[in-house]
Design a protein around this ligand. Sequence first.
Ligand SMILES: Cc1cc2nc3c(=O)[nH]c(=O)nc-3n(C[C@H](O)[C@H](O)[C@H](O)COP(=O)(O)OP(=O)(O)OC[C@H]3O[C@@H](n4cnc5c(N)ncnc54)[C@H](O)[C@@H]3O)c2cc1C
Length: 159
Amino acid sequence: MVGCDGTRSVVRQAAGIDFPGQDTTLTGWLADVELDDPPATPLAATGPAGSFLAAPIGDGVHRLAGLSTATMHHGTGEPLTLEEVREQTRTLLGRDLGIRNPRWLSRYGNATRQVARYRAGRVLVAGDAAHMFFPAGGPAGSPDSTTRSPPTPHPVHTR
Ligand SMILES: Cc1cc2nc3c(=O)[nH]c(=O)nc-3n(C[C@H](O)[C@H](O)[C@H](O)COP(=O)(O)OP(=O)(O)OC[C@H]3O[C@@H](n4cnc5c(N)ncnc54)[C@H](O)[C@@H]3O)c2cc1C
């Protein structure tokens, strides 16, 4: 059995696999929105106030992501408003891109954890069930298949 059920993995907990690491100390924000004034290409901006990304994700929606010195100590549970996204985008990018019609607004934290072991008997954990990283630090999910496959060279036999 493979538990691929995310950072709060019920499978990991039921298997008794420890998930040591550090709690969140800073947060970024993410907004999937429509734009009246979309950039022609995906863009990234970095400055003293923080960093900002915008990229199309299909269906007329752009994903905006920011990491701002002004809001980085907000908790992950603190609601993100559309007005804050507009204000942050103006601060970090210099214009607000005509942000409207939000599909998804959230904050994400920099908690960092990794399972003490990937396998307990016939149970394996993978993906975010096995690790937690701050996405602004680099790709978190995609390297799993290459970096984690060598330690499990033996087939797991089931009946
Ligand atoms: C803002 C942001 C940007 C990111 N950018 C990148 C990037 O550019 N590149 C990259 O590689 N990674 C990136 N990541 C990380 C990446 O999104 C995750 O590592 C990846 O989505 C993890 O996939 P997963 O399938 O392991 O877990 P999840 O996507 O969390 O999926 C777990 C699934 O299990 C289901 N589930 C949970 N509990 C149960 C249950 N009890 N019963 C049944 N189903 C259950 C959930 O509904 C969900 O469908 C980013 C993350 C964030 C927050």
